[in-house]
Design a protein around this ligand. Structure first.
Ligand code: ATR
Length: 275
């Protein structure tokens, strides 16, 4: 069977093996999918060793930027726009890289009935998680994307990097500090790491439009602190990021195997497992 895996540090909590083996069983594909712990100073050596007989790797924290550097010129447009790689494979002996986090988010927004097209979107946070979804949200046709961050300089930096690669983005993309959120929003996305410790970002008292969605990129067995606060502040709906996790996995699966896996049963099973 072909070998796949996910590489990170730490890695023991990764759900990817479970997700990919369930996708594989939908197509009767024989494959193995391992968790691979790379030493913090040994990412590229571990990748090289894996690809002696391996077929594909997902990359998770803290190595997505290193994976980007490792792939060099053979990056997909999405990886270039994200500045990070989460999916690696070989083509004619050469390492290739893509980033499926943003498509994972966009497909999950569609799945829950909030197509980003034509929407005003507020994105909170300016780390790697945020950078990875900016271009796909623009590509999905949002009307306006406003990035805000505690450290406003990092939000301006993301805007500048994306506009440098795609000048057309400048009209629809803006940035500011956490309290800079004038206007009202259809979709508000938490991409800060603050949810991890149930610790809210200094929540802007954002104004929500009707039929709005608050989306937390993180997930838990219970609605996250961000989701609860957003609903109290007037968001019509709230969702956590479990669907984004399965969505990015499905997009990687499609790159590797050329088929579109069914997300719903895998997501339902995962929701049971974390509950
Ligand atoms: P990741 O790659 O997961 O995005 P990161 O690069 O460490 O992780 O970024 C974490 C993000 O969460 C940043 O936007 C950070 O804000 P700063 O850039 O100002 O540090 C944000 N963040 C973390 N804790 C926060 C908190 N308590 N309130 C507001 N923002 C927070």
């Amino acid at each position: 069977a072909k070998r796949y895996g996910v590489i990170g540090h730490p890695i023991e909590h990764s759900r990817s093996p479970q997700i990919h083996t369930q996708f594989a069983s939908q197509f009767n594909l024989a494959l193995s999918y391992e968790r691979i712990l790379a030493p913090l100073d040994g990412f590229s050596a571990t990748v090289e060793a894996f690809f002696k007989d391996g077929s594909g790797l997902n990359v998770t924290l803290p190595f997505k930027e290193q994976a980007y550097d490792l792939v060099g010129p053979r990056l997909s447009r999405r990886a270039r726009m994200a500045g990070a790689v989460n999916t690696l494979w070989l083509e004619e002996g050469q390492l290739h890289g893509c980033n499926t986090d943003g498509v994972g988010l966009c497909s999950d927004l569609l799945r829950v009935g909030h197509n980003p097209e034509g929407k005003r979107i507020l994105l909170i946070g300016a780390g790697g998680a945020s950078r990875g979804v900016v271009f796909p949200l623009l590509e999905a046709g949002c009307e306006m994307l406003h990035i805000i961050n505690r450290t406003s300089a990092k939000a301006y930096d993301i805007r500048e990097q994306v506009v440098a690669l795609d000048p057309d983005a400048s009209r629809r993309l803006s940035a500011g500090g956490l309290d800079d959120h004038c206007g009202d929003w259809d979709i508000v996305i938490n991409a800060t790491s603050a949810s991890l410790n149930q610790n809210l970002p200094e929540l802007p008292d954002a104004r929500y439009r009707s039929n709005s969605l608050a989306y937390d990129m993180f997930y838990a067995s219970e609605p996250t602190a961000f989701m609860r606060a957003a609903e109290q502040a007037g968001a019509t709906h709230s969702k956590d990021g479990l669907g984004m996790l399965v969505g990015q996995a499905a997009a990687s699966f499609q790159i590797w195997h050329g088929v579109e896996a069914d997300v719903e049963p895998v997501l339902a099973k995962l929701r049971q497992d974390i509950g």
